[in-house]
Design a protein around this ligand. Structure first.
Ligand code: ZN
Length: 194
């Protein structure tokens, strides 16, 4: 079992859960937020983020969050190594070769956009590009604004094109260009249509 740690933004807001608070670098919460280096602090308080609490009961979620966190620090280490290598190119080879196989096997697969989690609260970020604080743009030009203290709740959609709104049992389904907003059990879900 992984022991979860409580973490919160220094600016306040909800107390989230994460498998491990790193000494340096960003931390990824169970609810999929990335809190930047220096912007968060560990706390002994009990978490009050509903998404984090729900996901803390799901072992596979915890595993993947733990993996993301580890991968993030590994990426940071690699980029630091590369930066040092550029400064001192003569030492790059020998330093790498002399390094013993320490700790545990290291995964070398580097995702193309490691800084963006696949889910940010109600938003499935896959395919979206960040267009400002809490604002995301789809390839088709749909703008989605996320609100709430953590900018992870769907707030607004803007699109100058065809929009279809359909009433469903759980609420309203909105198809706007290449984006679909659907009611879910505990809120909304925003994603690129496939
Ligand atoms: Zn959370």
């Amino acid at each position: 079992m992984v022991r979860l740690e409580s973490v919160r933004r220094k600016s306040g807001g909800r107390i989230h859960l994460t498998p491990r608070i790193p000494k340096t670098g960003p931390v990824t919460t169970l609810c999929g937020q990335v809190l930047g280096d220096g912007a968060y602090t560990g706390t002994e308080s009990v978490a009050d983020c509903a998404n984090c609490i729900r996901r803390s009961r799901d072992q596979s979620r915890i595993s993947s969050a733990f993996f993301e966190q580890e991968e993030g620090s590994e990426l940071l280490r690699l980029s630091l190594e590369q930066a040092r290598g550029r400064e001192r190119p003569a030492r790059q080879g020998s330093a790498a070769a002399a390094k013993p196989a320490e700790r545990r096997p290291v995964l070398r697969v580097v995702p193309s956009t490691p800084e963006v989690p696949s889910e940010l609260g109600e938003l499935v970020t896959d395919g979206f590009k960040g267009a400002g604080p809490g604002v995301w743009r789809s390839p088709g030009g749909v703008l989605v604004r996320m609100g709430g203290p953590n900018r992870d709740r769907f707030a607004e959609l803007v699109y100058e094109g065809q929009v279809v709104a359909t009433r469903e049992s759980g609420g309203l389904r909105i198809k706007a260009g290449d984006v679909e907003v659907t009611p879910s059990r505990d809120g909304m879900r925003v994603r690129i249509r496939r």
